[in-house]
Write a protein that binds this ligand. Sequence first.
Ligand code: G1P
Length: 294
Amino acid sequence: MADPIDLAVVPVAGHGTRLLPATKSQPKEMLPVGRKPVVQYVVEELAQSGIQRLLFVTGASKTSIENHFDIDEGLVTYLRESGREDELQQLSFERRRMEYFYTRQRRQLGLGHAVLCAKPLVGRQSFVVALGDSIIGINAKSDIVQRMVEQFEKSKADIVVAFEEVPREEVVRYGIARPKGETGSSFELADLIEKPSVEEAPSQLAVAARYVFSPAIFDALERTEPGKGGEIQLTDAIRILLKEGAKGIGMCLGPEEPRFDIGNYESYFKSFVEFALADPDYGDALREHIRKLI
Ligand code: G1P
């Protein structure tokens, strides 16, 4: 039997141009949503789902992500010596049982290319891909990745992709599924189309930033030509595999695990407000304040 999947690749190399000027010199994955940077929620969600090894595919001006997951002994000592236990508690994530690896995407050739940069480290094992700019569930309370891994193993799939239903006008922002037959909480994937027009979209099921792959994805990525935006798209590599008869399963996020997309200002603002409203200390005061404002 194959080893259990415990490795996730987290691409964080994109420029984040849709969030300029906030992302001019800091990664979009480090933008705060409530109290934590986006990427910390992603890591917390993966840890809950049994991931123990994490490979970030980073790029220029992303070093603050590496710093964030380092253990800052100086800060820990300072907080301990000054008796600031509550603040010290905020750093407990540094001690999580997780091994971090980093590689750089040296040229910005798209998401598919970023995943391909992980090949020398991943080798011939199956793995998870979690996009570093999307949080699943309020405060990352979701075990979708664990459910996807179980499904991957149970159904001997080559690809499992998480989906979320989006309003028709939003299909243009995402990879969109063409399901084979009926869709329930999971379904067989016939095809996947990257950012179709509203007319072309075969459904309103949008790729929700979490994937499980067999290593066959690397072979497909090596054969993937530049697609939408002139970039090597992960969606197109999945398409190649599906066309060649690979088994692809879609799994829908449940109502308790909405996806928070930090890739554009509209959904970033909405996400921030929702997380801030859920804050145990300041949520109620903020609710009052918003009521007064509107
Ligand atoms: C990427 C993928 C797209 C997916 C989206 C999810 O797009 O290419 O298929 O639906 O992430 O967030 P991007 O947001 O990088 O343009």
